[in-house]
Design a protein around this ligand. Sequence first.
Ligand code: S3P
Length: 451
Amino acid sequence: MGETRTVRPASRLRGTVSVPGDKSVTHRALMLGALGAGDSRIERFLDAADTRATLGCLRALGATIEEVAGAAPGEGVLLVRGRGRAGLGEPADVLDCENSGTTIRLLSGLLCGLPGLAVLSGDASLRQRPMDRVVRPLRALDADVTASAGGTRAPIVVRGGPVAGGRRIETGVASAQVKSALLLAALEADGPTTVIEPQATRDHTERMLAARGVGIARTPRAGGAVEVTLSPPPGDLEAVDVRVPGDVSAAAFWLVAAALHPDAELTLRGVGVNETRTGILDVLGGMGAAIERLEEREVGGEPIADLHVESSELRGMRVDGELALRAIDELPLVALAGALAGGETVIADAAELRVKESDRIAETARLLRSFGAEVEERPDGLRIAGGAGLRGACVDAGGDHRLAMVAAVAGLLASGETVVEGAGAVAVSYPRFWSELERLQGVPGAGLEAP
Ligand code: S3P
């Protein structure tokens, strides 16, 4: 985490990038594989600290997960030797979810219906994040779940036992992690469960459960709400191989870098374009970025495409409502794009950013101001006055992986030199980020090349 990196402006960005596997899909593939009746291969899994936290917790619960040797970098393969729900048991120690909200929230749900006592915790950032959002609705399924600070913070304690079926539960917050925790708990319920989310969030869990033989019905409701009804399977989940799509949230760094750079043309291969995740493509398109989707295809129940992006003239725009939700992890990058675009950019309806790995509204404002941008912080978003250009700065990523990468992209586009402190945080979701960037820095004019 303490590592420091220097970024110099890129003279040119050209080439092909193979982005790492999707983080959300990798977490789910591991968990569902561990519950599966048999072996499942996970190809092109995201090998990063967050997904390794899930892997470590599942092993601590008794899962057998092997790393297949000989895979090329970025093409890693895991073999999960599922033995059904009976293959998971009480852990001997606290489950360390490290920095990963997806790990702690999804596992809290998954463990409700399995026997044994589990305590889940993580690093200082994770222990500050709200956990009442999972504790409360899991209790509404009669699950035995408690947490620190009056049920609001990790550590979370789950005592496995019966889970009530036949309930309709509102998540209260538009969160795929909360929805997924409830669906995983509902697998063990004694009847169907309906989960209602106020706005549609990423639907990887639903797709992956359906692919494993679970009855899932997803019904849109008025005002953008969605109802998901899960009918518990009579036996264990089927074991299904997964080829993980490239992470659009990782691709987003290069999309913004290339769209805003005056001499850029990049192709990003095999990127997941599930529409619950592609808000960033719609936002950049709306700002005027030349992004083309090529060779749209499907892998393992998820749509993917190659993305081609070129230098573009961007103009500011307003990003709110469902668009903000579908771009939630990329909003700090949208703010950066706004700082360099013509006119004003407003991000609204995004108060959730305050409870991510850091307070991403405050931290994005702080970071962009260091580069000389004019940014106003609002309770639910940011207003950015564009067009003034950025000057290199010395910034601290504040322990947040995505902000470390936003700072690096800002450094590529700014004048002068940028120093990023806390650069090691990229290990959480994109361990090879700096080496991709180094290729760009080390070979002036050569740009990014495929690994
Ligand atoms: C995720 C859901 C989102 C997202 C996070 C990953 C997931 O969080 O920000 O990076 O894998 O389900 P919330 O559920 O808190 O919105």
